[in-house]
Design a binder for this molecule. Structure first.
Ligand code: HSE
Length: 434
């Protein structure tokens, strides 16, 4: 059978890994898909010293590669949504299949890209865009196709998880760990995408679409990063039996879809609470299967390459299949996507961890309790610590039952208006994931 001729755009961490895995496992891949996958051209600004490209042609113009008539499939590993988008659309216009690891591109421009690909009858694979080497797109799109998905929750940014883990386990400083993540090739070109939750929101947007059959709506995702987290809250959470993780949560409710990324307390006993370092994990709850958990390396050269190559194999296997018989890009038939609304964060519902720094006066606790009870907010547990700092303020730590965010914000405003509360109330959302 004819080989599949591939062009790779970008030979950095993921591009280099993809090239090496394709070369090293060529025979194994051939045995799996019955065709050779042959890299015939690479577009890169520089040679990756980790790759032995031999006689393969290397050019610097990715658009020329996307137009190359000898190429069947373009692998876009440049990243970002600048030239990468042009490369992908050009390849599609020229009737080529595309594989990309570019979460920003898919989350922001995926609706347009899939529409163009459908017109041209070509496939767009993006397994590597979410959770690196974990085949979670395939699991949701195909393995869970019999389910109505209720919710999913994931640690989907390796850099952020690496930082939180090192801070908690070794007491290391935030900036120091971030530098190490950059050196290891985990962090985005702009690391604020990692620590402010933007990267995780890109991935969550994609997961929510394939789980619920809704168009990609990155602009509606609520995003909160990890830069404001303090060691005090990490320690209080531990004392209450919780871990703080940077979680992406997508939940189907009667009113619409919750789509949110934020630091979250989760019970320390949950498997996902023990996912550390650069590892990622995604829990998916379906009506038939119950809760499932997918775990693995969320970033890095070869783990991400593993997902890119899996897409190549998938496309190679279905080259002769009519495009309407292939798995739909967003898991559901394009004309069957739902217009369920994505809810603003004020309408989302979670439990909360609150830390109130208050003057040590009689009656403060009663005032706090009455503000919450007046708003129908049920306290699950409460812990008052001794004053620690010079300021003489006592930390009051509370866990509440689930409540709508708008109501909690109203309660926090009332707490902050108390004469004895002079610093902002810390609030972190809590998910039981049960
Ligand atoms: N910067 C991303 C992360 C890379 O740290 O998870 C993988 O998408």
């Amino acid at each position: 059978m004819k080989s599949v001729k591939v062009g790779i755009c970008g030979l950095g961490t993921v591009g280099g890994g993809t090239f090496n895995v394709l070369q090293r496992n060529a025979d194994e891949i051939f045995r799996r898909c019955g065709r050779r996958i042959e890299v015939v051209q690479i577009a890169a600004r520089s040679i990756n010293p980790k790759c032995d490209t031999g006689s393969i042609e290397i050019i610097d113009d990715a658009l020329a590669l996307a137009r190359n008539p000898d190429i069947d499939l373009v692998v876009e590993l440049i990243g970002g949504d600048g030239i990468a988008k042009e490369v992908v659309l050009t390849a599609i216009e020229h009737g080529k299949h595309v594989v990309t690891a570019n979460k920003a591109l898919i989350a922001v421009h995926g609706n347009e890209i899939f529409a163009r690909a459908s017109e041209k009858g070509v496939s767009v694979g993006y397994e590597a865009a979410v959770a690196g080497g974990i085949p979670v797109i395939k699991a949701i799109r195909e393995g869970l196709a019999g389910n109505r998905i209720n919710w999913l929750a994931g640690i989907i940014n390796g850099t952020g998880n690496f930082i939180l883990t090192e801070m908690r386990e070794k007491g290391r400083a935030f900036d120091d760990v971030l530098k190490e993540a950059q050196a290891l090739g985990y962090a985005e070109a702009d690391p604020t995408f990692d620590v402010e939750g933007i990267d995780a929101a890109h991935k969550l947007t994609i997961l929510a679409s394939i789980a619920f059959g809704i168009p990609l709506q990155f602009d509606k995702a609520y995003t909160e990063g990890i830069t404001q987290l303090t060691t005090e809250d990490v320690n209080y959470a531990e004392a209450l039996g919780y871990r703080i993780k940077h979680l992406g949560v997508a939940r189907r409710t009667a009113e619409g879809i919750e789509l949110r990324v934020h630091p979250t307390l989760i019970p320390a006993a949950r498997l996902i609470a023990n996912v550390n370092g650069v590892m990622n994990a995604v829990m998916v709850n379906g009506d038939a299967v119950g809760s499932t958990l997918y775990y693995g390396a969320g970033a890095g050269m070869e783990p991400t390459a593993s997902a890119v190559v899996a897409d190549l194999v998938d496309i190679a296997r279905t080259l002769e299949t009519a495009s309407n018989q292939r798995v739909a890009p967003l898991a559901f038939q394009t004309d069957a996507l739902s217009d369920e609304p994505v809810l603003p964060i004020a309408q989302c519902e979670t439990a909360y961890y609150l830390r109130i720094q208050a003057k040590d006066h009689p009656g403060v606790l009663a005032q706090v309790a009455s503000i919450l009870s007046e708003r129908g907010i049920n306290i699950e547990s409460i812990m008052q610590k001794e004053a620690e700092g010079q300021d003489g303020l006592i930390p009051i730590i509370l866990l509440t039952h689930r409540v709508q965010e708008a109501r909690m914000l109203d309660a926090i405003a009332a707490l902050e208006a108390l004469e004895s509360v002079i610093t902002p109330v810390v609030r972190i959302r809590v998910e039981q994931l049960d």
